[in-house]
Design a binder for this molecule. Structure first.
Ligand SMILES: Cc1cc2nc3c(=O)[nH]c(=O)nc-3n(C[C@H](O)[C@H](O)[C@H](O)COP(=O)(O)OP(=O)(O)OC[C@H]3O[C@@H](n4cnc5c(N)ncnc54)[C@H](O)[C@@H]3O)c2cc1C
Length: 436
């Protein structure tokens, strides 16, 4: 991968803080808290615009949720989650403790306000506005990613194989049709398939699937963690710096922002961006912003590449998981566990999806896998927060839920425009941090 080992080396080197302005006692120009895919895309676009940027992260570059996701550039996934048939499936899914959606009973009281907002976001009167906002974001997302892949030399990591979604009955297929009609309105191409055509798109599939939908424009990347590291290597060439540190607290006033690190030391910056994924609301709270961020925890298992010849991303919507062929393995997973950021992972969920994958692709070898859990940072209306804090000189970019990889380059572009005082190419009202 372009620059990958160099990037790790530079991460280690800058982990000492030796190159950061803060460590030299000077104010940073722009400080970014969170080195996931959102933070590094923003850092990259700001560096390209000639700004000086330091990223602070407690683990590293794309080492948390951005490392293990399903690798999809889901540009055609414009339906907000609350509308995607999820509410319809809720009773069935919740009845299965290892099914596509779980809420640990002890967490329910804490989750309830978010769930009520999620439910309301699904109401018909919010539908059109959310759909239009998401469709506009996705158009920008595709344009910005394609351009960034070229500028950073990472285009060889792009895969244009499309996706294939499956249905186990005519009834399930018919229930999916309104959603496909919505996508058609926004110019998203797809083809319903069955029989030999479906078998040719993915040989070795169980006969339990009677129909499918092929989306030719769906794209994936060779490996999301390696893509993130490669984008960061490009940002470093443009001058981006990394400081390995946990941020304990933030403050901001008209002169700039102050970051208090876990070791008690302080960094200052003229402009601060918070891209701390599922932990962002904890920092926003320091500035008086109350943002209803939750986490949809997701699970997967990455098998050796040889586990099965999967031709493209396979989507089992009725079961809430996907199978993605990566350069580094075959990734089986998804699911949503609305369980907060504290409780330990329950890898029985990864195993349950793997067991289903074996049934759906009978020739799959389920041995030798690596289990993983990640925290999707999710807002109740399925749209991210992108915009200015109530505190001066501070911006937020978090809450991308299931679509953070897909929307990261566009988010970087929008944040760059806001920081530089330029007019963004999208109306940012639907993404305002103060909309709740
Ligand atoms: C199973 C699964 C599958 C997914 N599949 C896809 C997909 O196919 N396509 C897609 O587009 N999206 C997908 N997603 C969603 C995507 O992974 C996320 O939306 C995205 O990674 C979020 O990126 P982020 O930069 O906001 O957060 P993160 O990647 O979590 O980065 C946040 C960073 O902030 C740091 N941080 C937090 N608090 C502090 C602090 N106080 N001090 C210092 N550092 C801090 C963390 O260490 C972390 O590195 C999937 C998610 C999951 C879980």
């Amino acid at each position: 991968m372009p620059g990958n080992s160099k990037s790790s080396e530079q991460e280690r080197r800058s982990a000492t803080g030796a190159s950061s302005a803060g460590a030299r006692g000077e104010a940073e120009d722009i400080a970014i808290i969170g080195g996931g895919i959102i933070g590094i895309c923003a850092a990259t676009l700001l560096c390209e615009a000639g700004r000086s940027v330091t990223v602070f992260d407690r683990t590293g570059i794309c080492e948390e949720t951005s490392s293990g996701n399903a690798a999809a550039f889901a540009f055609s996934d414009v339906l907000p989650l609350a509308h995607k048939g999820m509410i319809r499936q809720l009773p069935k899914w919740l009845a299965d403790p290892l099914g596509p959606l779980t809420i640990p009973p002890a967490y329910l009281p804490k989750l309830l306000p978010w769930l009520i907002r999620f439910w309301r976001a699904g109401a018909a009167r919010h539908h059109e506005a959310s759909l239009a906002a998401q469709a506009g974001m996705m158009k920008l997302a595709e344009a910005e990613w394609m351009a960034l892949l070229d500028r950073s030399g990472t285009r060889p990591m792009l895969r244009k194989d499309g996706s294939l979604e499956f249905y186990e009955s005519e009834a399930e297929f018919r229930a999916s049709l309104p959603g496909w009609a919505e996508r058609e309105r926004f110019g998203i191409g797809f083809r319903h398939v069955e029989g030999e055509e479906m078998a040719a798109l993915q040989p070795g599939l169980s006969p339990r699937f009677v129909k499918g939908t092929f989306v030719p424009g769906w794209k994936t990347v060779a490996d999301p963690k390696l893509l993130g590291k490669s984008i960061w290597a490009y940002a470093e060439k443009l001058g981006a710096r990394f400081e390995h540190a946990r941020v304990a607290r933030i403050e901001a006033d008209a002169k700039g922002a102050s970051i208090v690190l876990a070791d008690g030391s302080r960094r200052t910056a003229k402009t601060l961006l918070i891209t701390a994924g599922a932990w962002s609301h904890l920092l926003a709270r320091d500035l008086g912003d109350s943002i209803p961020l939750e986490t949809e925890r997701g699970y997967n298992t990455t098998l050796p590449v040889s586990a099965f010849d999967v031709k493209r991303q396979l989507i089992f919507s009725g079961h809430g998981f996907v199978i993605t062929p990566l350069e580094t393995g075959l990734r089986v997973g998804g699911a949503v566990e609305l369980g907060g950021i504290e409780r330990p992972p329950n890898f029985a969920r990864s195993k349950a999806m793997l067991e289903k994958a074996k049934r759906f692709l009978p020739g799959l070898d389920p041995s030798g896998g690596r289990e993983w859990m990640g925290f999707r940072p999710s807002l109740p209306d399925s749209l991210p927060v992108i915009g200015a804090s109530r505190a001066p000189n501070v911006y937020y970019a978090f809450g991308h839920g299931h679509l953070g990889l897909t929307q990261s380059a566009a988010t970087g572009r929008l944040i760059r425009d806001l920081v530089l005082g330029q007019t963004p190419p999208l109306d940012l009202a639907p993404f305002r941090p103060q909309r709740f």
